[in-house]
Ligand binder design. Structure first.
Ligand code: 13P
Ligand code: SF4
Length: 307
C-alpha cells in the first residue's frame, strides 16, 4: 500500500478530475487497498453491474477486469466507460469464444445458454441469460424444467449450481486459475491452525474444496456473512483483495487466507495512479461492437430482472 500522504495527494487529484469529468469510480473487491480508498463504490460483479445501470455519472472508471468494464458499457450505452488498465483481462473469460458457442448451438439449437458474467460481450450476445456467482442458482432455477442448459465457462461454479438446484446441465470446461489452484489439504491445514474459524468459500473453487465450506458465496456474500455472524474467526477462500473490506467491515474479527497463491495478477494490474491517468487521458474507452450490442444487453437485462 502507498504511504498515506501519497494516497491523500492522489485522492485530491482524483477528486478534482472526477468533478471535472462527472465521473464515478467503481472497484471490485479484489482490487488493492489504494484503489478501494479512491473508489466511490466497491462491489462484487453483480453489484457493479447494478450500480453501472443506475448511475447518473457521465463517465465510469472501472477498476476490475475487462469483462466488468464491458458489462458496464453494455448497460450504459450513453456513458463513457474507461477500464483503469487495458491489459487487465480474466483468463477464464478467454476460455470460451463466440464462435465456440455458435458451434455448440448448431448441435443443440433448443438448449438455454447461461453464461457467467466472466465472459466476453460476444459470448454474452450468444447467450440467453447471464449470471454472476451471487445469483447463478436463482438464474438456473428460473429456467423451465425440462429445458437443456449449457452453463459456461466455469466448471466449478456450474458444478456448485447443479448440486444446489438438482438440475443436470452441460458445463463448459473453463476455470479460474486463481480459485482452481486451492486444494482441500490447504483448507484442512488452515482448519487445524484455526479450529474455531468458520470457512467461507467462493464457488469458483473446486467442488472438493467447496464441499468443505460453512458458507459458499460471492465476494459480497462472504462479506455479508462475516458481518452478521457471531463468530470471531474466519478462513476466507477467495482472492486476497477481499481482506481489506472484510477487516474494515469487521474490525473485531480475524480473517485468514489458506494460501498466498490466492492473488489475481490481472486485478492487481490496477493502481490508484492508473485511475488518475485514465481520468486525465480518458483512455482506454470500452466500445462494444454494434452488431452484438443489443443481444448482449438482453442477456444482462434478463439476469438483472431475475435478481
Ligand atoms: P464475484 O461475482 O464474487 O464478484 O466474483 C467475480 C470473480 O471474478 C471471482 O473470481
Ligand atoms: Fe478471472 Fe479468476 Fe481473476 Fe476472477 S479471480 S478475475 S475469475 S482470473
Amino acid at each position: 500500500m502507498l504511504p498515506q500522504t501519497e494516497v491523500s495527494q492522489l485522492k485530491e487529484e482524483i477528486m478534482r478530475l472526477k468533478k471535472e469529468r462527472n465521473a464515478v469510480i467503481m472497484a471490485h473487491y479484489y482490487q488493492s487497498p489504494d484503489v478501494h480508498e479512491v473508489a466511490d463504490f466497491v462491489g462484487d460483479s453483480l453489484e457493479l453491474a447494478r450500480k453501472a445501470a443506475t448511475t447518473n455519472a457521465d463517465v465510469i472508471v472501472l477498476c476490475g477486469v475487462h469483462f466488468m468494464a464491458e458489462s458496464a458499457a453494455i448497460l450504459c450505452p450513453d456513458k463513457t466507460v474507461l477500464l483503469a488498465e487495458a491489459q487487465a483481462g480474466c483468463p477464464m473469460a478467454d476460455m470460451v469464444t463466440g464462435e465456440m458457442v455458435r458451434e455448440r448451438k448448431k448441435q443443440k439449437p433448443d438448449m438455454v445458454v447461461v453464461s457467467y458474467v466472466n465472459t466476453t460481450a460476444e459470448v454474452k450476445a450468444e447467450s440467453d441469460i447471464c449470471c454472476t456467482s451471487a445469483n447463478a442458482v436463482k438464474i438456473v432455477q428460473s429456467i423451465p424444467e425440462g429445458k437443456e442448459i449449457l452453463f459456461l465457462p466455469d466448471r466449478n461454479l456450474g458444478s456448485y449450481v447443479m448440486k444446489k438446484t438438482g438440475r443436470d446441465m452441460m458445463v463448459w470446461d473453463g476455470f479460474c486459475c486463481v480459485h482452481n489452484r486451492i486444494k482441500p489439504e490447504e483448507i484442512t491445514k488452515a482448519k487445524q491452525a484455526h479450529p474455531s474459524a468458520i470457512v467461507l468459500i467462493h464457488p469458483e473453487c473446486r467442488p472438493e474444496v467447496v464441499s468443505m465450506a460453512d458458507c459458499v458465496a460471492s465476494t459480497a456474500g462472504i462479506i455479508a456473512f462475516a458481518r452478521q455472524s457471531e463468530a470471531k474467526e474466519f478462513i476466507v477462500v477467495t482472492e486476497v483483495g477481499i481482506l481489506y473490506q472484510l477487516r474494515k467491515a469487521c474490525p473485531d474479527k480475524e480473517f485468514y487466507l489458506p494460501s498466498e497463491t490466492l492473488l489475481c495478477a490481472n486485478m492487481k494490474k490496477i493502481t490508484a495512479e492508473k485511475v488518475k491517468n485514465v481520468l486525465e487521458t480518458m483512455e482506454p474507452k470500452i466500445v462494444i461492437q454494434t452488431d452484438i450490442y443489443e443481444k448482449a444487453l438482453q442477456s444482462l437485462k434478463k439476469m438483472l430482472a431475475v435478481g
